[in-house]
Design a protein around this ligand. Sequence first.
Ligand SMILES: O=C(O)CCC(=O)C(=O)O
Length: 269
Amino acid sequence: MNIVPNRIKPPKPTQDLEKAKRDLDEFGICLIDRALGTEQLTRLRNRLYAAADDDVRLKRPSSSSGGDHDSNNQRIWGLLNRGQEFVDLVEDPRSIELLKYLLEWPFLLSSISANIAGPGHDGMVIHADQLFVPEPWPARPQGANCFWLVDDFTADNGATHVAVGSHRLNRMPKDDAEAESYFVPLEASAGTMCVMEGRIWHRTGCNVTANERRAGIFAWNVRKIYRTQENWFLSLNPLVRQGASEDLLWMLGYRLDTFFGHVNGYDPI
Ligand SMILES: O=C(O)CCC(=O)C(=O)O
């Protein structure tokens, strides 16, 4: 039986974290209004587009393991090493509070990457971020994406297509057609922060504009029992670790959690 109506609209952006938690329960997604101030957003945007240009020049990997469908989408990996602006996002106390609510503490930062959908982009493959969890899925989400809108997201420029409420079905879609019958574009202003739990079906939308790029930064987080997408112990610049907050060190797996994270039996501190 279909217990979730099709095409539910996303909740309205709010600055009230308790309301945001209720939105996560009901819709599987919440939006934090004007999470980034004008100056922070400008610095972040400049830094991101500069990193994107560097990746093109240096021919670095620019897709997500074949999931991006076409070359009009650019993925920028390893953002923690690309500027303090990105570290500030994952250390944001609002993000940490909402992720703790969904995933319990300590959770792990699995990866942080940007997705820039360019004109002509034809949409990402349809998925739920916790697609690697065997079904039947546990009753609570196993991961959650905290993402930041660097540009306005519009239906035309590739706003994420989201099956709002699909967390209540607690499974992968049967096929693309089922997911598409639920999709609505997540339209919101640059500077909005969204948290979307790992069971929500979604994909990057199609960019049908002539010349607009749509950038979002996606910090994917998992419960502590899962392997992270990024191998932080090999990839993280030591300068970032040395400057990291205590919370971020936990989120990267550098702290001893009962019996996870020993170094030869010792606490690494
Ligand atoms: O670019 C988007 O809007 C969605 C990205 C996404 O689905 C992902 O990174 O898993």
